[in-house]
Ligand binder design. Structure first.
Ligand code: BG6
Length: 487
């Protein structure tokens, strides 16, 4: 089912996110025939451009970075429009209203409008207020939606404030909070894998699972984003949102149905069951690290403190590893070891489910473990490892694996995270968007880490290009377990 005719207004249209992620996503949706018959994009920012200039700019960026078909690209670009306004000046929104009305008469959008805030978070409160002043939040004529990008606040208090500000002018059903991890095909597949197959779910609990690892590793450092990152760190940038959402997909109960309420109710129950972090956890189960300079495969990588925009004496973490628990019937006592970091050896996100050993080791104590590796990116797929008889004399068990790679599904077009989420928002499906209560619950859980990291007793250095501080290995070796080191 295609979305209804609609208009997307992108605030921050001259920024990075717009030309790197949003416009390419809309282009591919258009090229694959997934958008409504009539739709238009209205770019908004302070810089003045004519429609033609904006179209040329977006066209050049698409041609440089995406695989495009020229005729399709031209047809797409004709639907791009532009309006310069000062987003902080309420009177300027009259111009915006006029353009939205014009677009409605040309494209028959029937008032259906999405406002995408691809702006710095400092504008998240003022834009909704100014939209409301011109009735642009009013749903009596077509739907009005607001898409917000993370960060949703800086901590629990600011998240609550942001929530109040948004809810003063838009209702929860109008607000779509993007966590792009939820848009990833492989993250969604966690649900299908678990709940569409009779053979895994009966084992998916404390009786059969020994521990769970969740890793989101990046080879890249902070790049050009030192200024932002130094104030955020890995806990705010990756852990509080993306990793906890993935953890919820691994840990949740089957929803009654795949819709926004049922799904997000179950996600919320996981967040409500997270065992609060005690001082003891902060001392013993949390490892914060920061990368230091190193030579990797012939390249010299600078340390975090030498990155542009980063304070010379910065105590910001670029690595976080945590052992945590979900206190509920299913997971009681099963540790979840979660880690993320920049400048690790490679880019990989995966979940590893380690099953318990057999009750009696008839084939020797070294019999292989059963592991299920859910590879979120890259080389998306699922790998199951188990023991098989080593051919020959005797009864030695040997570890073998069964592999599925998404790339073997040649006939399918995998939507990127932004394509999927933009399409869902246009269809009014909020299933894969973060709900306000969940966002707040995640902030509440990480609050003790935020307090601790203001002045961390331990911030361990790790050489760029390695798997983080050795203390993170000890987190598991203490429990006679180990991380998987994916290549
Ligand atoms: C973003 C973070 O939300 O996610 C970045 O701000 C990080 O620092 C990125 O690099 C990772 O996303 P992905 O999709 O490449 O895993």
């Amino acid at each position: 089912v295609k979305p209804e005719n609609n208009c997307i207004v992108i605030f921050g249209a001259s920024g990075d996110l717009t030309h790197r992620k949003l416009i390419p996503a809309f282009y591919h949706l258009f090229a694959n025939g997934l958008l409504s018959e009539e739709f238009a994009i209205l770019g908004v920012s302070r810089t003045s451009f004519s429609d033609e200039e904006f179209q040329q700019k977006m066209k050049a960026s698409l041609m440089a970075n995406e695989k495009v078909d020229e005729a399709t690209l031209d047809a797409f670009c004709q639907r791009l429009h532009y309006q310069a306004i000062n987003t902080s000046d309420v009177d300027d929104y009259a111009k915006l209203k006029q353009r939205v009305d014009e677009i409605e008469s040309i494209y028959h959008t029937q008032g259906n409008t999405t406002f995408y805030l691809a702006t710095p978070p400092s504008l998240y409160s003022v834009i909704p207020q100014n939209l409301a002043a011109h009735g642009l939040n009013d749903e009596s004529h077509g739907w009005k939606r607001l898409i917000v990008e993370k960060p949703f606040g800086y901590d629990l208090a600011t998240a609550e404030q942001l929530d109040k500000d948004l809810h003063a002018y838009f209702q929860e059903h109008q607000i779509y909070r993007i966590d792009h991890y939820l848009g990833k095909e492989t993250v969604q597949n966690l649900l299908v894998f678990r709940f569409a197959n009779g053979m895994f779910e009966p084992l998916w609990n404390r009786n059969f699972i020994d521990y769970v690892e969740i890793t989101a590793a990046e080879f890249l450092g902070v790049e050009e984003r030192g200024g932002y990152y130094d104030g955020a760190g890995a806990v705010r940038d990756m852990f509080q949102n993306h990793l906890l959402q993935v953890l919820a997909m691994v840990g949740m109960e089957p929803p009654a149905a795949i819709n926004a309420d049922s799904m997000r109710d179950e996600v919320m129950k996981v967040f409500q069951s997270l065992q609060p972090l005690s001082n003891d956890d902060l001392q013993n189960n949390l490892v914060l690290g920061q990368y230091t300079e190193s030579d990797v495969r012939g390249d010299h990588l600078v340390g975090y403190r030498e990155e542009p925009g980063v304070a010379e004496d910065s105590r910001t973490e670029t690595y976080v590893g945590l052992k945590m628990f979900i206190d509920n019937w299913r997971w009681n006592g099963v540790p979840f070891y979660v880690r993320t970091g920049k400048r690790l050896p490679t880019r990989v996100t995966e979940v590893v489910i380690h099953f318990k050993k057999t009750p009696h080791p008839v084939f020797g104590a070294n019999a292989p473990e059963n592991k299920l590796i859910i590879r979120i990116q890259p080389d998306e797929g699922i790998l199951m490892s188990f023991g098989l008889k080593q051919p020959g004399a005797g009864f030695e068990a040997k570890e073998v694996s069964m592999d599925f790679h998404y790339e073997s599904l040649e006939e399918t077009h995998m939507l990127t995270a932004y394509e999927r989420l933009l399409l869902d928002s246009m269809k009014g499906d909020a299933t894969l968007f973060a709900r306000t209560d969940a966002v707040k619950a995640c902030w509440k859980f990480v609050e003790p880490i935020l307090q601790y990291k203001q002045n961390p007793e331990h911030l361990y250095g790790y050489a760029a290009g390695t798997w983080g501080p050795k203390e993170a290995d000890e987190l598991l070796s203490r429990d006679k377990r180990e991380w998987r080191f994916p290549c």
